[in-house]
Design a protein around this ligand. Structure first.
Ligand SMILES: C[S@@+](CC[C@H](N)C(=O)[O-])C[C@H]1O[C@@H](n2cnc3c(N)ncnc32)[C@H](O)[C@@H]1O
Length: 245
């Protein structure tokens, strides 16, 4: 209750002690976890690194051969034996970030939405309290509530990361039945990406090795800015911008 009161006060949100019938999206402070509930879909999203799909991927995932690993450059000889530093400039539910963390990258998560930051904080705390000392969540070194372009512009020169990863919101698909419920909820909360060009241009000035942009497989590169290379998996493409090749 105290946590809910503090959060509502900080962000100027209305606090109800019972579920409200009049609000489509509701952040629910439940006993065991924080969740974002969608009353139209009767479904909710939360962040869980201990059980479910992410934990499964941590145990049985595709290793350094998977597309996202190749995109960030984990296979490069120069990166063998060192821990890559990555800023995830669009953290969202940190699913991609978690995959990178399981592969040994050290992650700074930056997210503009206070609701998602609260969900992430809750998921990270639960994972750390679970007592699994080897958990990849330990590779999340920082969770920042900020617009990423501003965050990058204010970084010290010696803290520029090897890689900046950007996953802008895809445009909303008309056939919503084809879109998973969690993505529909995220879309209602955030809407479509608006500043992806600025984000990419800023990232290109602040990564030391590369910038990676996740795109739908047939989409144009962000703002027509041609990547150095593209790595595709089934539905997703990673546009890779190599700095000083
Ligand atoms: C498609 S989601 C990212 C999903 C994420 N890759 C994952 O695996 O869960 C995009 C997220 O980026 C955030 N975002 C978009 N532009 C941003 C910006 N300029 N600064 C910080 N966060 C941003 C949105 O609020 C949203 O949560």
């Amino acid at each position: 209750m105290q946590q809910a009161q503090q959060f509502a006060r900080l962000h100027n949100f209305v606090l109800f002690e019972q579920p409200s019938p009049n609000h489509v999206l509701q952040l629910r402070f439940n006993a065991d976890r924080l969740a974002l509930y969608d009353s139209e879909l009767n479904s909710s999203i939360d962040v869980d690194f201990i059980q479910g799909a992410l934990a499964h991927r941590e145990k049985f995932g595709g290793g350094k051969g998977q597309a996202i690993a190749r995109a960030v450059g984990l296979n490069k000889p120069a990166n063998r034996g060192r821990q890559l530093t990555v800023i995830d400039a669009t953290a969202g539910l940190a699913r991609d970030a978690f995959v990178l963390a399981t592969l040994g990258c050290q992650l700074t998560l930056v997210e503009q939405s206070p609701v998602l930051v609260a969900l992430l904080q809750d998921g990270i705390e639960r994972a750390l309290l679970s007592g699994d000392g080897h958990h990849a969540v330990h590779n999340f070194t920082n969770l920042v509530h900020a617009g990423s372009a501003l965050y990058m512009e204010h970084m010290d020169a010696d803290s520029h990361p090897d890689v900046i990863y950007i996953d802008p919101m895809y445009p909303e698909r008309k056939k919503s039945a084809l879109v998973k419920k969690d993505m529909q909820i995220l879309h209602k909360l955030i809407g479509a990406a608006q500043d992806e060009q600025h984000l990419l241009e800023t990232a290109l000035q602040h990564a030391t090795q590369r910038v990676v942009v996740k795109r739908p497989i047939h989409a144009d590169p962000v703002a027509g800015i041609k990547p150095s290379t593209q790595i595709s998996s089934k539905k997703t493409r990673y546009d890779v911008y190599v700095i000083n090749p």
